[in-house]
Design a protein. Structure first.
Lengths: 214, 214
DNA sequence: GGATTACTGTACGGTCCTGTCCATGAAATA
DNA sequence: TATTTCATGGACAGGACCGTACAGTAATCC
Protein backbone atom coordinates (compact mmCIF):
# COMPACT_ATOMS: atom_id res chain seq x y z
CA UNK A 1 0.00 0.00 0.00
CA UNK A 2 0.93 3.64 -0.13
CA UNK A 3 3.63 4.78 2.22
CA UNK A 4 2.19 5.02 5.71
CA UNK A 5 1.60 8.48 7.11
CA UNK A 6 3.99 9.58 9.83
CA UNK A 7 3.08 8.45 13.32
CA UNK A 8 2.37 11.91 14.63
CA UNK A 9 -0.57 12.62 12.41
CA UNK A 10 -2.11 15.60 14.15
CA UNK A 11 1.06 17.53 14.86
CA UNK A 12 1.95 20.21 12.33
CA UNK A 13 4.69 19.19 9.95
CA UNK A 14 7.81 21.18 10.17
CA UNK A 15 9.79 21.02 6.95
CA UNK A 16 9.08 21.30 3.27
CA UNK A 17 5.63 19.86 2.50
CA UNK A 18 5.02 17.14 -0.08
CA UNK A 19 4.37 18.56 -3.51
CA UNK A 20 0.86 17.34 -4.26
CA UNK A 21 1.16 18.27 -7.91
CA UNK A 22 4.11 15.94 -8.31
CA UNK A 23 2.20 13.12 -6.74
CA UNK A 24 -0.70 13.70 -9.08
CA UNK A 25 1.66 13.89 -12.07
CA UNK A 26 3.22 10.58 -11.10
CA UNK A 27 -0.13 8.88 -10.77
CA UNK A 28 -1.46 10.25 -14.02
CA UNK A 29 1.70 9.49 -15.99
CA UNK A 30 2.05 6.04 -14.50
CA UNK A 31 -1.54 5.27 -15.38
CA UNK A 32 -0.98 6.39 -18.93
CA UNK A 33 2.19 4.37 -19.39
CA UNK A 34 0.95 1.28 -17.58
CA UNK A 35 -2.12 1.40 -19.80
CA UNK A 36 -0.06 1.79 -22.93
CA UNK A 37 2.83 -0.57 -22.25
CA UNK A 38 1.69 -2.81 -19.43
CA UNK A 39 3.34 -3.53 -16.13
CA UNK A 40 6.72 -3.96 -17.82
CA UNK A 41 7.28 -0.24 -18.31
CA UNK A 42 10.21 1.05 -16.31
CA UNK A 43 9.94 3.49 -13.45
CA UNK A 44 12.62 5.66 -14.98
CA UNK A 45 10.43 6.21 -18.05
CA UNK A 46 7.53 7.15 -15.84
CA UNK A 47 9.63 9.51 -13.77
CA UNK A 48 11.04 11.34 -16.78
CA UNK A 49 7.65 11.75 -18.43
CA UNK A 50 6.16 12.98 -15.16
CA UNK A 51 8.98 15.52 -14.78
CA UNK A 52 10.07 13.95 -11.53
CA UNK A 53 13.04 12.17 -10.12
CA UNK A 54 12.84 8.42 -9.77
CA UNK A 55 13.68 8.85 -6.12
CA UNK A 56 10.55 10.90 -5.63
CA UNK A 57 8.47 7.95 -6.72
CA UNK A 58 10.12 5.90 -4.02
CA UNK A 59 9.47 8.68 -1.54
CA UNK A 60 5.74 8.44 -2.21
CA UNK A 61 5.31 4.72 -2.89
CA UNK A 62 6.92 1.72 -1.30
CA UNK A 63 7.60 -0.13 -4.50
CA UNK A 64 6.57 -0.52 -8.09
CA UNK A 65 3.88 -2.94 -7.03
CA UNK A 66 2.59 -0.33 -4.62
CA UNK A 67 2.32 2.29 -7.34
CA UNK A 68 0.66 -0.22 -9.61
CA UNK A 69 -1.85 -1.19 -6.95
CA UNK A 70 -2.70 2.44 -6.26
CA UNK A 71 -3.48 3.01 -9.92
CA UNK A 72 -5.51 -0.14 -10.26
CA UNK A 73 -7.56 0.68 -7.21
CA UNK A 74 -8.15 4.27 -8.26
CA UNK A 75 -9.12 3.38 -11.81
CA UNK A 76 -11.32 0.55 -10.68
CA UNK A 77 -13.19 2.95 -8.48
CA UNK A 78 -13.66 5.42 -11.31
CA UNK A 79 -15.10 2.81 -13.64
CA UNK A 80 -17.30 0.94 -11.23
CA UNK A 81 -18.72 3.97 -9.48
CA UNK A 82 -22.12 5.55 -9.88
CA UNK A 83 -24.69 3.00 -10.88
CA UNK A 84 -27.83 5.00 -11.51
CA UNK A 85 -30.95 4.21 -9.57
CA UNK A 86 -33.79 2.42 -11.33
CA UNK A 87 -37.00 4.33 -10.87
CA UNK A 88 -39.68 1.81 -9.94
CA UNK A 89 -42.37 3.08 -12.26
CA UNK A 90 -40.19 3.14 -15.38
CA UNK A 91 -41.14 0.85 -18.23
CA UNK A 92 -38.87 -2.07 -19.13
CA UNK A 93 -37.84 -0.24 -22.29
CA UNK A 94 -36.80 2.81 -20.34
CA UNK A 95 -34.89 0.79 -17.80
CA UNK A 96 -33.13 -1.32 -20.40
CA UNK A 97 -32.23 1.73 -22.46
CA UNK A 98 -30.79 3.62 -19.51
CA UNK A 99 -28.91 0.58 -18.26
CA UNK A 100 -27.68 -0.20 -21.75
CA UNK A 101 -26.35 3.25 -22.52
CA UNK A 102 -24.60 3.42 -19.19
CA UNK A 103 -23.07 0.01 -19.57
CA UNK A 104 -21.92 0.40 -23.15
CA UNK A 105 -20.54 3.87 -22.62
CA UNK A 106 -18.45 2.71 -19.70
CA UNK A 107 -17.29 -0.70 -20.81
CA UNK A 108 -16.18 0.51 -24.25
CA UNK A 109 -14.56 3.73 -23.08
CA UNK A 110 -10.83 4.15 -23.68
CA UNK A 111 -10.11 4.11 -20.00
CA UNK A 112 -12.04 0.92 -19.31
CA UNK A 113 -10.65 -0.88 -22.34
CA UNK A 114 -7.08 0.01 -21.45
CA UNK A 115 -7.80 -1.04 -17.91
CA UNK A 116 -9.09 -4.41 -19.02
CA UNK A 117 -6.01 -4.90 -21.18
CA UNK A 118 -3.84 -4.16 -18.20
CA UNK A 119 -5.75 -6.51 -15.92
CA UNK A 120 -5.60 -9.29 -18.48
CA UNK A 121 -1.95 -8.74 -19.26
CA UNK A 122 -0.96 -8.88 -15.62
CA UNK A 123 -3.48 -11.50 -14.56
CA UNK A 124 -0.75 -14.11 -14.29
CA UNK A 125 1.16 -12.07 -11.70
CA UNK A 126 -1.85 -10.45 -10.03
CA UNK A 127 -4.69 -12.95 -10.35
CA UNK A 128 -7.06 -11.25 -7.94
CA UNK A 129 -7.30 -7.87 -9.66
CA UNK A 130 -9.55 -9.05 -12.47
CA UNK A 131 -12.10 -10.83 -10.29
CA UNK A 132 -12.25 -7.87 -7.94
CA UNK A 133 -12.87 -5.43 -10.75
CA UNK A 134 -15.52 -7.64 -12.32
CA UNK A 135 -17.35 -8.16 -9.06
CA UNK A 136 -17.52 -4.42 -8.36
CA UNK A 137 -18.36 -3.42 -11.92
CA UNK A 138 -19.93 -5.59 -14.60
CA UNK A 139 -20.95 -8.27 -12.11
CA UNK A 140 -22.93 -5.76 -10.09
CA UNK A 141 -24.70 -4.48 -13.18
CA UNK A 142 -25.55 -8.00 -14.14
CA UNK A 143 -27.08 -8.73 -10.76
CA UNK A 144 -29.09 -5.53 -10.92
CA UNK A 145 -30.55 -6.32 -14.29
CA UNK A 146 -31.27 -9.91 -13.32
CA UNK A 147 -33.17 -8.73 -10.26
CA UNK A 148 -35.14 -6.31 -12.40
CA UNK A 149 -36.05 -8.98 -14.93
CA UNK A 150 -37.15 -11.24 -12.10
CA UNK A 151 -39.45 -8.58 -10.66
CA UNK A 152 -40.94 -7.74 -14.04
CA UNK A 153 -41.60 -11.40 -14.67
CA UNK A 154 -43.46 -11.71 -11.38
CA UNK A 155 -45.43 -8.59 -12.21
CA UNK A 156 -46.31 -10.16 -15.53
CA UNK A 157 -44.81 -7.55 -17.81
CA UNK A 158 -42.02 -9.82 -19.01
CA UNK A 159 -41.60 -13.57 -19.42
CA UNK A 160 -38.07 -14.40 -18.41
CA UNK A 161 -37.38 -17.93 -17.27
CA UNK A 162 -33.69 -17.53 -16.36
CA UNK A 163 -33.06 -13.92 -15.30
CA UNK A 164 -29.30 -14.19 -14.93
CA UNK A 165 -28.90 -15.81 -18.32
CA UNK A 166 -31.23 -13.29 -19.94
CA UNK A 167 -29.34 -10.42 -18.34
CA UNK A 168 -26.10 -11.80 -19.73
CA UNK A 169 -27.73 -12.10 -23.11
CA UNK A 170 -28.81 -8.49 -22.99
CA UNK A 171 -25.38 -7.16 -22.11
CA UNK A 172 -23.87 -9.51 -24.65
CA UNK A 173 -26.18 -8.22 -27.38
CA UNK A 174 -25.03 -4.72 -26.59
CA UNK A 175 -21.38 -5.55 -26.86
CA UNK A 176 -21.47 -8.03 -29.70
CA UNK A 177 -17.91 -8.35 -30.93
CA UNK A 178 -17.08 -4.83 -29.88
CA UNK A 179 -15.45 -5.63 -26.60
CA UNK A 180 -13.16 -8.14 -28.28
CA UNK A 181 -12.41 -5.75 -31.10
CA UNK A 182 -11.60 -3.00 -28.64
CA UNK A 183 -9.23 -5.01 -26.49
CA UNK A 184 -7.50 -6.33 -29.60
CA UNK A 185 -6.93 -2.74 -30.75
CA UNK A 186 -9.09 -3.07 -33.84
CA UNK A 187 -11.68 -0.41 -33.13
CA UNK A 188 -11.43 3.00 -31.53
CA UNK A 189 -13.97 4.54 -29.22
CA UNK A 190 -17.57 4.20 -30.27
CA UNK A 191 -19.40 7.44 -31.11
CA UNK A 192 -22.37 8.29 -28.96
CA UNK A 193 -24.77 8.01 -31.88
CA UNK A 194 -23.59 4.51 -32.61
CA UNK A 195 -23.99 3.57 -28.98
CA UNK A 196 -27.52 4.89 -29.06
CA UNK A 197 -28.30 2.95 -32.24
CA UNK A 198 -26.98 -0.31 -30.81
CA UNK A 199 -28.83 0.13 -27.56
CA UNK A 200 -32.11 0.83 -29.30
CA UNK A 201 -31.71 -2.18 -31.53
CA UNK A 202 -30.77 -4.48 -28.69
CA UNK A 203 -33.54 -3.25 -26.43
CA UNK A 204 -36.14 -3.75 -29.13
CA UNK A 205 -34.88 -7.22 -29.95
CA UNK A 206 -34.71 -8.15 -26.28
CA UNK A 207 -38.25 -7.00 -25.68
CA UNK A 208 -39.51 -8.92 -28.70
CA UNK A 209 -37.81 -11.99 -27.30
CA UNK A 210 -38.88 -11.66 -23.66
CA UNK A 211 -42.11 -9.72 -23.55
CA UNK A 212 -45.05 -11.60 -22.14
CA UNK A 213 -47.11 -12.86 -25.10
CA UNK A 214 -50.58 -11.42 -25.32
CA UNK B 1 10.39 -16.17 -39.56
CA UNK B 2 11.72 -19.62 -38.88
CA UNK B 3 15.27 -20.23 -39.83
CA UNK B 4 15.48 -20.62 -43.60
CA UNK B 5 16.05 -24.09 -44.96
CA UNK B 6 19.53 -24.70 -46.34
CA UNK B 7 20.01 -23.61 -49.89
CA UNK B 8 20.59 -27.09 -51.23
CA UNK B 9 17.13 -28.36 -50.44
CA UNK B 10 17.04 -31.47 -52.61
CA UNK B 11 20.52 -32.75 -51.86
CA UNK B 12 20.72 -35.32 -49.08
CA UNK B 13 21.92 -33.93 -45.80
CA UNK B 14 25.19 -35.27 -44.60
CA UNK B 15 25.49 -35.00 -40.86
CA UNK B 16 23.32 -35.60 -37.85
CA UNK B 17 19.69 -34.83 -38.70
CA UNK B 18 17.59 -32.36 -36.75
CA UNK B 19 15.72 -33.97 -33.90
CA UNK B 20 12.10 -33.36 -34.80
CA UNK B 21 10.92 -34.36 -31.35
CA UNK B 22 13.01 -31.64 -29.77
CA UNK B 23 11.56 -29.06 -32.11
CA UNK B 24 8.06 -30.19 -31.24
CA UNK B 25 8.87 -30.13 -27.54
CA UNK B 26 10.17 -26.59 -27.82
CA UNK B 27 7.07 -25.40 -29.61
CA UNK B 28 4.69 -27.09 -27.24
CA UNK B 29 6.50 -25.95 -24.12
CA UNK B 30 6.94 -22.42 -25.41
CA UNK B 31 3.24 -22.25 -26.21
CA UNK B 32 2.35 -23.41 -22.76
CA UNK B 33 4.65 -20.95 -21.01
CA UNK B 34 3.85 -18.01 -23.27
CA UNK B 35 0.19 -18.69 -22.62
CA UNK B 36 0.71 -18.89 -18.90
CA UNK B 37 3.21 -16.08 -18.32
CA UNK B 38 3.07 -13.94 -21.42
CA UNK B 39 5.86 -12.84 -23.68
CA UNK B 40 8.04 -11.97 -20.70
CA UNK B 41 8.89 -15.59 -19.90
CA UNK B 42 12.56 -16.32 -20.35
CA UNK B 43 13.98 -18.65 -22.97
CA UNK B 44 16.01 -20.45 -20.34
CA UNK B 45 12.82 -21.47 -18.54
CA UNK B 46 11.37 -22.75 -21.78
CA UNK B 47 14.51 -24.66 -22.64
CA UNK B 48 14.73 -26.39 -19.27
CA UNK B 49 11.08 -27.39 -19.26
CA UNK B 50 11.38 -28.69 -22.81
CA UNK B 51 14.43 -30.73 -21.84
CA UNK B 52 16.59 -28.89 -24.34
CA UNK B 53 19.57 -26.61 -24.35
CA UNK B 54 18.94 -22.94 -24.87
CA UNK B 55 21.33 -23.05 -27.78
CA UNK B 56 19.10 -25.54 -29.55
CA UNK B 57 16.30 -22.99 -29.54
CA UNK B 58 18.63 -20.59 -31.32
CA UNK B 59 19.56 -23.35 -33.76
CA UNK B 60 15.93 -23.70 -34.79
CA UNK B 61 14.68 -20.12 -34.46
CA UNK B 62 16.32 -16.85 -35.26
CA UNK B 63 15.23 -15.04 -32.14
CA UNK B 64 12.69 -14.98 -29.38
CA UNK B 65 10.39 -12.97 -31.60
CA UNK B 66 10.71 -15.64 -34.25
CA UNK B 67 9.70 -18.38 -31.85
CA UNK B 68 6.84 -16.24 -30.61
CA UNK B 69 5.62 -15.58 -34.13
CA UNK B 70 5.75 -19.27 -35.00
CA UNK B 71 3.55 -20.11 -32.04
CA UNK B 72 1.09 -17.33 -32.73
CA UNK B 73 0.74 -18.33 -36.35
CA UNK B 74 0.34 -22.01 -35.54
CA UNK B 75 -2.21 -21.42 -32.79
CA UNK B 76 -4.13 -18.94 -34.86
CA UNK B 77 -4.44 -21.53 -37.58
CA UNK B 78 -5.71 -24.14 -35.15
CA UNK B 79 -8.41 -21.89 -33.75
CA UNK B 80 -9.62 -20.31 -36.94
CA UNK B 81 -9.63 -23.49 -39.01
CA UNK B 82 -12.57 -25.59 -40.05
CA UNK B 83 -15.70 -23.51 -40.37
CA UNK B 84 -18.42 -26.02 -41.09
CA UNK B 85 -20.46 -25.65 -44.23
CA UNK B 86 -24.04 -24.42 -43.94
CA UNK B 87 -26.37 -26.81 -45.66
CA UNK B 88 -28.74 -24.70 -47.79
CA UNK B 89 -31.95 -26.47 -46.82
CA UNK B 90 -31.34 -26.29 -43.06
CA UNK B 91 -33.79 -24.27 -40.99
CA UNK B 92 -32.63 -21.09 -39.28
CA UNK B 93 -32.79 -22.81 -35.92
CA UNK B 94 -30.53 -25.58 -37.13
CA UNK B 95 -28.07 -23.19 -38.67
CA UNK B 96 -27.96 -20.92 -35.64
CA UNK B 97 -27.58 -23.86 -33.29
CA UNK B 98 -24.72 -25.39 -35.25
CA UNK B 99 -23.00 -22.06 -35.66
CA UNK B 100 -23.54 -21.20 -32.01
CA UNK B 101 -22.15 -24.42 -30.62
CA UNK B 102 -19.12 -24.21 -32.85
CA UNK B 103 -18.48 -20.58 -31.97
CA UNK B 104 -18.96 -20.92 -28.24
CA UNK B 105 -16.94 -24.10 -27.99
CA UNK B 106 -14.02 -22.52 -29.75
CA UNK B 107 -14.00 -19.02 -28.36
CA UNK B 108 -14.33 -20.16 -24.75
CA UNK B 109 -11.86 -23.05 -24.97
CA UNK B 110 -8.78 -22.89 -22.80
CA UNK B 111 -6.54 -22.60 -25.81
CA UNK B 112 -8.45 -19.74 -27.39
CA UNK B 113 -8.80 -17.84 -24.12
CA UNK B 114 -5.12 -18.12 -23.33
CA UNK B 115 -4.40 -17.06 -26.87
CA UNK B 116 -6.55 -13.98 -26.55
CA UNK B 117 -4.84 -13.11 -23.28
CA UNK B 118 -1.49 -13.37 -24.99
CA UNK B 119 -2.58 -11.27 -27.96
CA UNK B 120 -3.99 -8.60 -25.69
CA UNK B 121 -1.01 -8.61 -23.39
CA UNK B 122 1.44 -8.20 -26.25
CA UNK B 123 -0.74 -5.94 -28.38
CA UNK B 124 1.40 -2.94 -27.54
CA UNK B 125 4.53 -4.57 -28.95
CA UNK B 126 2.83 -6.58 -31.72
CA UNK B 127 -0.21 -4.56 -32.75
CA UNK B 128 -1.02 -6.54 -35.90
CA UNK B 129 -1.44 -9.97 -34.32
CA UNK B 130 -4.84 -9.26 -32.82
CA UNK B 131 -6.44 -7.83 -35.95
CA UNK B 132 -5.08 -10.70 -38.03
CA UNK B 133 -6.48 -13.28 -35.67
CA UNK B 134 -9.85 -11.59 -35.49
CA UNK B 135 -10.15 -11.24 -39.25
CA UNK B 136 -9.39 -14.92 -39.81
CA UNK B 137 -11.51 -16.18 -36.93
CA UNK B 138 -14.42 -14.38 -35.29
CA UNK B 139 -14.69 -11.84 -38.08
CA UNK B 140 -15.14 -14.54 -40.64
CA UNK B 141 -17.84 -16.22 -38.57
CA UNK B 142 -19.60 -12.90 -38.21
CA UNK B 143 -19.61 -12.31 -41.96
CA UNK B 144 -20.94 -15.79 -42.56
CA UNK B 145 -23.84 -15.37 -40.18
CA UNK B 146 -24.62 -11.90 -41.52
CA UNK B 147 -24.80 -13.27 -45.05
CA UNK B 148 -27.07 -16.04 -43.89
CA UNK B 149 -29.40 -13.65 -42.10
CA UNK B 150 -29.52 -11.52 -45.21
CA UNK B 151 -30.52 -14.44 -47.40
CA UNK B 152 -33.16 -15.63 -44.97
CA UNK B 153 -34.62 -12.16 -44.85
CA UNK B 154 -34.88 -12.02 -48.63
CA UNK B 155 -36.48 -15.44 -48.62
CA UNK B 156 -38.94 -14.18 -46.07
CA UNK B 157 -38.20 -16.57 -43.26
CA UNK B 158 -36.61 -13.93 -41.07
CA UNK B 159 -37.02 -10.18 -40.65
CA UNK B 160 -33.57 -8.74 -40.05
CA UNK B 161 -33.03 -5.11 -40.93
CA UNK B 162 -29.32 -4.89 -40.11
CA UNK B 163 -27.72 -8.31 -40.66
CA UNK B 164 -24.28 -7.43 -39.37
CA UNK B 165 -25.64 -5.88 -36.21
CA UNK B 166 -28.01 -8.80 -35.68
CA UNK B 167 -25.18 -11.26 -36.19
CA UNK B 168 -23.13 -9.43 -33.58
CA UNK B 169 -26.08 -9.52 -31.25
CA UNK B 170 -26.40 -13.26 -31.70
CA UNK B 171 -22.79 -13.98 -30.94
CA UNK B 172 -22.91 -11.52 -28.10
CA UNK B 173 -25.93 -13.25 -26.59
CA UNK B 174 -24.03 -16.50 -26.68
CA UNK B 175 -21.03 -15.10 -24.87
CA UNK B 176 -22.75 -12.78 -22.45
CA UNK B 177 -20.17 -11.93 -19.82
CA UNK B 178 -18.43 -15.25 -20.26
CA UNK B 179 -15.68 -14.06 -22.54
CA UNK B 180 -14.77 -11.30 -20.11
CA UNK B 181 -14.96 -13.64 -17.17
CA UNK B 182 -12.75 -16.13 -18.93
CA UNK B 183 -10.02 -13.69 -19.91
CA UNK B 184 -10.04 -12.24 -16.40
CA UNK B 185 -9.47 -15.73 -15.00
CA UNK B 186 -12.78 -15.85 -13.16
CA UNK B 187 -14.34 -18.86 -14.84
CA UNK B 188 -12.88 -22.13 -16.04
CA UNK B 189 -13.86 -23.97 -19.17
CA UNK B 190 -17.60 -24.25 -19.78
CA UNK B 191 -19.06 -27.77 -19.70
CA UNK B 192 -20.62 -28.99 -22.90
CA UNK B 193 -24.05 -29.22 -21.32
CA UNK B 194 -23.87 -25.58 -20.27
CA UNK B 195 -22.81 -24.59 -23.76
CA UNK B 196 -25.77 -26.46 -25.17
CA UNK B 197 -28.13 -24.80 -22.73
CA UNK B 198 -26.87 -21.32 -23.55
CA UNK B 199 -27.02 -21.93 -27.27
CA UNK B 200 -30.56 -23.22 -27.08
CA UNK B 201 -31.67 -20.26 -25.02
CA UNK B 202 -29.96 -17.73 -27.26
CA UNK B 203 -31.25 -19.31 -30.46
CA UNK B 204 -34.79 -19.33 -29.17
CA UNK B 205 -34.60 -15.74 -28.02
CA UNK B 206 -33.01 -14.65 -31.27
CA UNK B 207 -35.72 -16.34 -33.31
CA UNK B 208 -38.44 -14.76 -31.21
CA UNK B 209 -36.83 -11.41 -31.85
CA UNK B 210 -36.15 -11.76 -35.56
CA UNK B 211 -38.64 -14.21 -37.01
CA UNK B 212 -40.96 -12.78 -39.60
CA UNK B 213 -44.26 -11.98 -37.88
CA UNK B 214 -47.20 -14.00 -39.11
C1' DG C 1 36.68 -44.90 -39.92
C1' DG C 2 36.15 -40.13 -41.34
C1' DA C 3 33.57 -36.29 -42.34
C1' DT C 4 29.68 -33.58 -41.26
C1' DT C 5 26.08 -31.84 -38.82
C1' DA C 6 23.27 -31.38 -34.40
C1' DC C 7 23.10 -30.80 -29.45
C1' DT C 8 25.02 -29.51 -24.71
C1' DG C 9 27.02 -26.69 -21.26
C1' DT C 10 29.31 -22.91 -20.01
C1' DA C 11 30.56 -18.50 -20.41
C1' DC C 12 30.54 -13.56 -21.74
C1' DG C 13 29.05 -8.87 -23.24
C1' DG C 14 25.55 -5.79 -23.25
C1' DT C 15 21.24 -3.98 -21.88
C1' DC C 16 17.70 -3.07 -18.77
C1' DC C 17 15.40 -3.21 -14.43
C1' DT C 18 14.47 -2.60 -9.28
C1' DG C 19 15.67 -0.84 -5.00
C1' DT C 20 18.97 1.67 -2.12
C1' DC C 21 22.41 5.10 -0.71
C1' DC C 22 24.20 9.65 -0.47
C1' DA C 23 25.45 14.38 -1.16
C1' DT C 24 23.53 18.60 -2.52
C1' DG C 25 20.10 22.04 -3.07
C1' DA C 26 15.23 23.83 -2.46
C1' DA C 27 11.19 25.01 0.32
C1' DA C 28 8.85 25.46 4.25
C1' DT C 29 8.40 26.37 9.61
C1' DA C 30 9.86 28.14 14.22
C1' DT D 1 18.40 32.53 10.68
C1' DA D 2 18.30 27.71 12.01
C1' DT D 3 16.03 23.48 11.41
C1' DT D 4 13.44 20.15 9.30
C1' DT D 5 11.65 17.96 5.46
C1' DC D 6 11.40 17.19 0.50
C1' DA D 7 13.40 16.74 -4.16
C1' DT D 8 17.25 15.94 -7.36
C1' DG D 9 20.76 13.50 -9.67
C1' DG D 10 24.31 10.43 -9.67
C1' DA D 11 25.91 6.12 -8.44
C1' DC D 12 25.80 1.36 -7.11
C1' DA D 13 24.67 -3.67 -6.21
C1' DG D 14 22.10 -7.44 -7.63
C1' DG D 15 19.62 -9.81 -10.80
C1' DA D 16 17.30 -11.10 -15.23
C1' DC D 17 17.37 -11.37 -19.88
C1' DC D 18 18.91 -11.79 -24.95
C1' DG D 19 22.05 -13.06 -28.21
C1' DT D 20 26.54 -14.94 -29.31
C1' DA D 21 30.79 -17.71 -28.94
C1' DC D 22 33.18 -21.86 -28.19
C1' DA D 23 34.76 -26.39 -26.96
C1' DG D 24 33.22 -30.93 -26.37
C1' DT D 25 30.13 -34.74 -27.40
C1' DA D 26 26.60 -37.37 -29.90
C1' DA D 27 24.39 -38.97 -34.05
C1' DT D 28 24.31 -39.76 -38.78
C1' DC D 29 25.99 -40.33 -43.69
C1' DC D 30 29.76 -41.41 -47.10
Amino acid sequence: MTRAAPIRRGTPKRGRPVDAAKRAAILETARELFFEHGYGIGLETIAVKAGVSRQTIYNLFDSKDDLFAAIVQDTSGQITAALAELSPEATPREVLTALGIGFLTKILSDRAVQFQRLLIGSSASFPTLGPTFYANGPGRGLARLAAFLDRETETGRLAVDDPVLAAEQFFGMLMGHRSMRRTLRIDGEMPEAEIRRRVDSAVSAFLRAYSKPA
